[in-house]
Every structure is written in C-alpha cells, then in structure tokens.
Design a protein around this ligand. Structure first.
Ligand code: MTE
Ligand code: MOS
Length: 708
C-alpha cells in the first residue's frame, strides 16, 4: 500500500456525524417562500386553460410566461422546458409553481387551480416508439462472413428495469435574489457549473449575474447530475418573480415518481460461435429515455461501448437507440448505461457456455481481452488487464471454481445453491473526447500568506470522499499536514470550471490537475505571500483520438476493472433467496484512502445487488410510476447486507494521481450478471434467465413453471 492510501478521518466526518452540517432544507425559513408544483396528470396532454384562484398577498403563481430568457433547460440538448408549454409529455411534468410563506396554504392553492386539458395518445412501449432521440452504430471485422462460417448461432433478448438512486437527501434547490441584482442559486447538486450554464439561458443573463453553490449534499449517485439544472431554473424564475428567496425540497414520493432514474433496457444479442469461440456479436441496444433527451446521449454512448464486455470479439456490430416514451425522463445512475449491457453480455456468455457444455468461467477466460488488444471501438487497451489475477483472488476467497462445478450438478431437496461470476470494466472519465473538447477542466490552488492552501475546483463532495481525498493529494505533494489544506463547497463565483462530478472523473482527472498544481506551487513557494497556481487539462499523448460520428478510437484513456462472485441459496418452497456471500476484487489503481475506497466498493456493490435482486420499479398502463414509496420500492437495508468481501487489486495508472483511476461507479456494474447467473444455477440446469432485477416473485414463477 502507498503511504497516501492510509486512511484518515474524513473532513466531513464531524459535521455530518454531529448533525452540524446544514443541508439546503435546514436553512432558516424566515422570508423564504416554499415552492410546489402543479403537475401534468396524463402521460400526454394538451393544456387548454389554467384557472388560478385569486392569490393572497405574498403568494405567487409562476409558469412559462415568467421565464425571462429561453424556456428550455440546457442539459446536453435543450428540449426540456423550464415550465411546460401547451403540450405535456409525461405524468408529473411541471406546468407551474405556486410559492408562498406557508406550505399548507401553497398546497391549498395548488388544489384550487383548475386545469382543462385534452388527453393525447401517449407512447409507453419502447418497441412502439417512433421517436429515436439518439442512434449510434459502430462495428469492426466482417460480420456476415463470421455468421456464414459459424458452427452455431445464438439469439437472445435481455431486459433490465428502472433503478432509482434513493439518495438519503431528496432533490432540493433554493434561489435567492441578491441586493446587487445577482441571483444566487444553491442546493443539493453534483455539477455547479451545469446549473450555472442552464441558469444563464433561462434567466437570459450573463455569467456574472448568477452564481451557484453546492450545499452539503446527501448523495447523488448520478441523480443530481441533470435534475438540479431543471429545478434550479424553476426556483430562480420563481425567486425573480417574487423578489424573495424560493426553496423547493421534494418529498420522497415526488422524488421517486418525477425525477430521473436508470434507463430500462432491452438488448438483443446475436452470436456466432466457431470452434468453441464467439467470433461475432451483432447487438441491438434499446434504452427507454422517457419524455425528454436529458442525459440519454451520454448514457447510451457508454452502454453501447460496453456491449461486448471484457471479451475480444473480432467481428462486431453494435446499434444502440435511445427511444422517447411519455414517461419521466431517465437519467444517470452510477454506471451510466454500462450495468445494462454488461448484464446482457455476461448472461449471454454464460448461456453459450452452458449450451456448449463448458464451465462458463473457463469459457469467459478464453475470450478475455489483454493489454494491447483492440477495444470494441478499435482503440487499444494500453495498460495491463489484471482480470486473470483478480479472478484468482475471488476464487481464493470463495472457492468459486469448485462450487461452480458442484452446484451445476443436479440438486434435490428444499434448498438449492448457485454461484455466479461477472467480470467487467469501467472506463474512467468522460466518454470519447469529452474531457478534451467539452469539459476542458481548469483548477487552482490558492496559497494564503499564513501558509494554508485552499483548493479551488468545482467538484462536489457527494459522499464519495472528495473533500478528503483532494486535500490529501495536495497536502502529500506539498509536504503539509492535512489540516493546512482546505476544500470548501464550490461556489461558481469563486472557483474555476473543473467540470462536473460525474463519470468517476473528479478524483482521476481533477485530482491529477491538483497534484500538478501542487508540484508547481512547491517549486514557486514563497513564505508569507499569497500565491495562486492554475492547471489545465491535457489529454495523455498515448490516446487514439475518438470520433463520436464513427465511434472509433480510445473511448477512455484507461479502465478500472472488477470481478464479482455471488453465492445464493434458494428456498424452493417460497422462492426466498439468501445471499450466502458476495465477493469482489476491484482495481481502481492506487486508493487515495483505503477506508474511503473500500466504502465506495461496499456501497456500490450493495446497490448493484439491490439492482440485481429486489429493486423493482415500473409504470402502469397510464404511464405512472407505481413504486413511489420505500414500502413499494424495496432497496437493500442493513438487514439485507450479505457477507460482503471486497478486495483491492492495484494496477496503477501513470496519468492518475499516484496511480489512481476512477473508482466511484465501478462497484455497481457487475452485480446483476453474477447474481442472476447464481440464481440460474440454483434453479437448475435447464433454466435460462434474461432479466434483472430477478426478484423472489420471479424465482417463485420459475419454480412453479419448471417444477424445480
Ligand atoms: N458515493 C457516494 N457515497 N455518494 C454518491 O452520490 N456517486 C457515485 C460515486 N460514488 C456517489 C458515490 C457516482 S454516480 C459517481 S460518478 C462517482 O461517485 C463520482 O466520483 P468522482 O468524485 O471521482 O467523480
Ligand atoms: Mo455518476 S452516474 O456519472 O454521476
């Protein structure tokens, strides 16, 4: 272990544990108006008229007519309205806001508003949608020839459902007009500068007329990447109209029903097998994007790049589409499109191996990529691929190979066992040339005369430990004690744009920029003086340029790697499943803090286990999300945490700080493949499973149907 990996007490430990941390909902109420939404009640409707009752003094009705700039929220594209125009596209779409001092009165006023609307025909099935938001296609080799020469061809369809981020703190934003005419927007968010850019467009103002602060944030997991831009514009428009601070804090039901979640997916795989090897894959990936484009472009990009998994497939064709439906817009959740396609390819490899009568681990191992091999998009794996060693580590931890063969034999009795393994990567940083062409990160160190150093960057602590790991890097390089280096919550008025807190990029990309700042500051250090150093992102020289129009080149500079095994025991009388153990080997390069990284691995793995086994969310025939409380949408609780063993395998990345790679998202990605393979084994040799989550109800159905 490197010295920097040694765990320290987190800088946010004391304020969070003592309850002193102020979240946006904790600020005083005096003079602050509460905003609540008038929402569309049908999946697709034309608004004919809205009759607002007379409002008491101090109460405000805010809709699209109050937007001073453009009534579109800038995300990747600009189709999401700040407040709905004439046509609403999903149940819950905000039509207007009522803001006022007494939340109960606001509710009463909202209930008294009369909306006349005409219901329009919605599209709720992605297979029936005729609106393709994004369409990506790429390939290599000669697909036709490979299929023509195949010994055998397989075709299978895999599906995954929604997954909600279920952060502890719900979505919450606040806007405050300042005396100098500036608008101050703050709240629970991941990307201060995304909100800032969106506000300039909606308010029709310049960069200095608005500033955005990230408050203490109770988790994001991707869910606060785009949504705070929408809510931020809405509260800012309201605050401008009211001339007073306006705050919106969602309740859990609103949050579960009307905010983004992981894209449901439907993937069709066709595989050509020759001499016991997969020679070609022809893959169609469909993501349910919901009503607006929001982040679907970037989520789909990652999804299609990962569609062939960690396997070297010479002939490949991948076609991915993000389809519009009249449902709540899907968004980012830890893993960003990758968990969906990794699940599909892992199950496919397992099914082909079974059909060929081979152990699926042996089969997968024969196809693994290694250093120097081409990636799916004809880039190169520039650095060592540690998967074989990681597989051995997991095998040693749970006796995988023996159990996997033993449980494959016919089982009898009430309780049946299974074990499954998945292997995967997570490309670190923005996809393609995003870092170089779009983000162009800048960060600074401010050294004060008293010798303390402040980090000036826009990335947010969202639980992943950045407020501690950034200062650790800087303190280490400068040879200063950790309490001399500070990282406050970013305010766009004070910090440069070092990019968003997404794609597991902050630690690896911005962390390295900060390290370089610290190297320079050390060289130029002058006692007793205030000094500022600044660094800009530079793409590593070894990268093969990525072209998004062709999907060719290095999609990522490097990869974090994961191997997971999950062992289950199914009660065939009830379908109840017990996870006997979940084992993970994770390579995120050098850990910047062992405790923080292990916390990330355990938490993410558990979220993946929830995604694989119990987190079930869908909409009804009207397009309404039905699982809108924690009694309907079940996530793992403390009681569901299995025997969880996470191991760190270190393959250093030379362009990350001290060899660190992006860590945050990796641990979620592999659980569905490992869990569902284990369930398949426990349920018997004939069973083939194709969807996640695979719940206890699903297990019972298989048991009843197959007579297990
Ligand atoms: N861990 C906690 N505790 N809370 C979070 O919201 N978000 C995850 C991951 N780990 C998250 C988390 C997601 S979605 C991302 S992209 C990464 O952290 C961000 O890591 P970074 O700071 O290195 O960019
Ligand atoms: Mo993470 S899903 O990239 O915020």
């Amino acid at each position: 272990m490197e010295p920097i990996s040694k765990s320290v007490v987190r800088k946010d430990h004391e304020p969070k544990m003592s309850g002193r941390s102020l979240y946006v909902g904790d600020y005083g109420n005096e003079g602050v108006l509460t905003g609540k939404f008038l929402r569309a009640k049908a999946a697709r409707a034309r608004i004919l008229s809205v009759k607002v009752p007379e409002l008491p003094p101090g109460y405000f009705y805010i809709d699209r007519r109050d937007v001073p700039g453009v009534n579109k929220v800038h995300i990747v594209m600009d189709d999401t309205p700040v407040f709905a125009e004439d046509i609403t596209e999903y149940i819950g779409e905000p039509i207007a806001m009522v803001a006022g001092p007494d939340p109960k009165k606001v509710d009463e006023l909202l209930a008294a508003i009369q909306v006349d609307w005409e219901e329009l025909e919605p599209v709720l099935d992605i297979r029936k949608s005729d609106t393709v938001f994004f369409d990506y296609e790429y390939g290599k080799g000669n697909l036709e020839e490979a299929f023509a020469q195949a010994d055998k061809v397989y075709e299978e369809e895999f599906s995954t459902g929604y997954q909600d981020q279920t952060y502890l703190e719900t979505q919450a934003m606040m806007a405050e007009p300042e005396e100098n005419g500036r608008m101050f927007v703050h709240g629970s968010l991941q990307c201060a500068y995304y909100v800032h850019t969106a506000l300039m467009q909606a308010l029709g103002c310049g960069p200095d007329e608005v500033h955005v602060l990230q408050d203490v944030t109770g988790g994001g997991f991707g869910g606060k990447e785009d949504f705070p831009s929408i809510l931020g514009c809405q509260v800012a428009v309201a605050a401008r109209k009211a001339g007073a601070p306006v705050r919106c804090v969602f309740d859990r039901r609103e949050d579960l029903e009307f905010t983004p979640k992981r894209h449901p997916s439907l993937c069709t795989y066709r595989a050509a097998v020759k001499d016991g090897c997969v020679t070609a894959l022809d893959i169609e990936v469909l993501f349910n994007a919901g009503a607006y484009t929001t982040l679907s472009a970037v989520v789909l990009q990652r999804g299609v790049i990962c569609a062939s998994g960690v396997y070297n497939i010479p002939n490949l064709h991948v076609h991915g589409k993000a389809m519009k439906t009249n449902t709540v817009p899907s968004g980012a959740y830890r893993g960003f499109g990758a968990p969906q396609t990794f699940f599909a390819v892992e199950m496919l490899m397992d099914h082909i191996a079974k059909d060929l009568g081979e152990d699926s681990l042996d089969f997968k191992e024969r196809h693994l990529v290694k250093q120097g091999d081409p990636t799916s998009t004809s880039g190169v794996y520039h650095f060592p691929v540690p998967l074989p060693a990681m597989i051995d580590e997991v095998d040693a931890a749970c006796d995988f190979r023996r159990k996997h063969r033993e449980y494959a034999l016919p089982q009898s009795g009430r309780f049946r066992r299974g074990i499954g393994m998945s292997m995967y990567f997570h490309g670190a940083g923005f996809t393609g040339s995003g870092e170089r062409d779009i983000i162009k990160a800048v960060c600074r160190l401010l050294k004060r005369a008293d010798g303390t150093v402040e980090i000036l960057a826009a990335n947010g602590e969202i639980g992943q430990g950045l407020r501690t790991t950034f200062p650790k890097i800087v303190a280490n390089e400068l040879g200063l004690p950790l309490d001399k280096v500070f990282y406050e919550h970013p305010d766009t008025a004070r910090v440069p744009d070092s990019g968003p807190t997404v794609a597991s990029r902050s630690l690896m990309i911005v962390g390295e920029l900060l390290r370089r700042c610290a190297v320079r500051l050390k060289e130029e250090w002058r006692d007793g003086e205030e000094q500022v150093v600044e660094e800009h992102f530079r793409e590593p020289d070894f990268m093969i340029p990525f072209y998004l129009d062709k999907f060719q080149g290095d999609a990522y500079p490097t990869y974090a790697w994961g191997v997971n095994a999950i062992e289950v025991e199914v009660d065939t009388y009830t379908g109840l499943t017990r996870i006997l153990g979940a084992y993970g080997s994770f390579d995120v390069g050098t850990p910047m803090d062992e405790g923080i990284v292990l916390g990330q691995m355990e938490g993410g793995f558990l979220q993946g286990i929830g995604y694989a086994s119990m987190e079930s969310m869908s909409y009804d025939s009207r397009g309404r999300i039905r699982s809108n409380s924690f009694s309907d949408y079940l996530i793992p609780t403390a009681a569901d945490v299995p025997n969880l063993k996470c191991m760190l395998h270190v393959e250093k990345y030379p362009d990350g700080p001290y060899g660190a790679k992006g860590a945050g998202e990796l641990p979620l990605v592999g659980a569905p493949g490992a869990y569902v393979e284990a369930m398949e084994q426990a349920l018997g040799g004939r069973v083939r499973l194709h969807h996640a989550p695979f719940t206890q109800e699903d297990a019972m159905k298989v048991i009843a149907k197959e007579g297990v």
